[in-house]
Design a protein around this ligand. Sequence first.
Ligand code: PLP
Length: 470
Amino acid sequence: MTTPAASPAVRRLDDWDAVDLSALLDDYGSPLYVLDLERVRENCHRIQSAFPDAEILYAVKANALGDVLETLHTEGVGLECASAGEVERALAAIESSTEGDSSGADVHYTAVNPPARDLDWVVDAWEDHPELTITVGAEDTLDRLEERGYDGRLCLRVNPGIGAGHHEKVQTGANAKFGVPAERAVDVLTDAAERGFDVVGIHAHVGSGVSSDQLDDHREFVSRMGDLARDVSDAIAAVDGDGLEFVDVGGGFGVPYREEEEPLDLEAVAEATREAIGEIDATLTIEPGRYFVADAGVLLTEVNTVKEARDTLAVGIDAGMTTLLRPAMYDAYHPIRNLTADSSGTDANDSHTSREMRPQTITGPICESGDVFCTDRQLPASERGDVLAIGNAGAYGYEMANQYNSRPRPASVVLEGDEVRLARRRETVDDVTRLETRRSDPTNEAGGAGSNGNADTDADREADNGHDTR
Ligand code: PLP
């Protein structure tokens, strides 16, 4: 059994067993996501140990696989959801990990420009799970909740005016899209309390992939949240007698994607957070996503094409930007290892190989020039049929996978000790076309679920299992 904080702060791609991973690809096909639940637990224990007094939520968007949600909830972690679909999956996971007992207390729904269907669904769910919390990021979301009869637990997402993170596309703290300007928070929450909402928290998230050298920005942000919490608590207490229950400073803890990068000093982040927030009569809440799952996952893929291009060896693999979007979307670096070359070396689990090292550009099968995993990276010369592992694929990997180019999404397996389980089967082209209705098919005349193709009634929703209502 893992003791809290005893695990290494990072699991590098080289730490995975090349032979075991190759065997998984033989058994389950390619491309394949692999997630080690034991490593998810280790990451969880390190966070719990660094933040012993905090309420810890997992940002479900990083990896919403049911096994992950159940594992983390069983370890005492709540679930922060970005959509009604995630709330549905979170509640289902909690119900199975608690044998049907869910008040919703461990679920926060962070509404970002929420579609009406999301609000309808979550407010319905709140009737059965009255302790769930809704975080709003716009004043008119309050009106929309009130129209639906919601007067439950309410948190306000503020825009603190400071952003941080590994790429401009993930810096949210100063982005107009997210949250209500912090200077409006006291007025908005006083008004909300007067209207009968149960105001319980304030929230902000500055960005994702925050590194140790951005600690000063983190301190400044948390200190603003502490000041705001004191102001808001006083104002709310004057209306309903209670102050704030929690101050949620978001997630964003970075992980080292590059081999030479040092892991985040989690203890230093925790200490900086505690110091910067100052005295508050409320619980500190954090909601990391990536940190729990990134290094618990790898993506396995097979080389299908090797050609001498003008200045590089161009290597084609069967995973693409539809399988793992981060390199195309954020220019993100992911470590890549040739498992076949490594296992044919002198030591099966050693990254030394007898193959010549060559600069290689590794690309996927999608008809887009952005479908590139690395350019001119020095790796053992690839051969057709080699198995490659792409590291740190546990966070925002499968979650961002899509079916562009009619590419079915890959399978996922989870590891737990010596056990391997297929957690999600590979899609087929039938899955890609399943929701289409064709002129030529007389049974589809009415457009499936309702004449406009949406599931508008409870009966429709039931028929659709709720999944294409959002
Ligand atoms: N909370 C919110 C509101 C987010 O938007 C995100 C990520 O986008 C997170 C938490 C988790 O961020 P990370 O996975 O970087 O920890």
